[in-house]
Design a protein. Sequence first.
Length: 154
Amino acid sequence: MTDPPNDLVSSAEGSGLADCPFCGGAAQINQIGNEHTRKRGFEVCCVTWGCKTKKRAMVLRHSLEKAREFAIAAWNRRTSDDALTSRDARIAMLEQDVIAFCAPWAVRYARDHGLPDGHLHPTHYDILERAGARMDDFTRAALSPSQPTGGETS
Ligand SMILES: [Zn+2]
């Protein structure tokens, strides 16, 4: 079994690093500290912008060369569980983005279309609810175009 050449991997290192288990991107290994620093080791991280996947191996008594082996082994050993954890984190982040972006616009849309206070267009309501927003303050407006307007104040 031979590794396919991967131009993106920092190949000067002759690294033998597997692709990022989360995004499939190239990996790069960086040294932390040196033989004379108390804190020393290696960190393997994904080079894809926005992907923060990384594995770090620090050593106290072992040589830096050992630390490099540990870091590469840790990176290559990453399981699909790790990938799922990353994916969950990414989904949670996207949900927050959806809420942050949609909520003000959904409220404004509802106001512009004369929906009562706190009512949202059902599609907007569903999107926000699906993203995990707290919907306590909102009501899913009925689709009827004859929806009375301005009927509720708080
Ligand atoms: Zn990645």
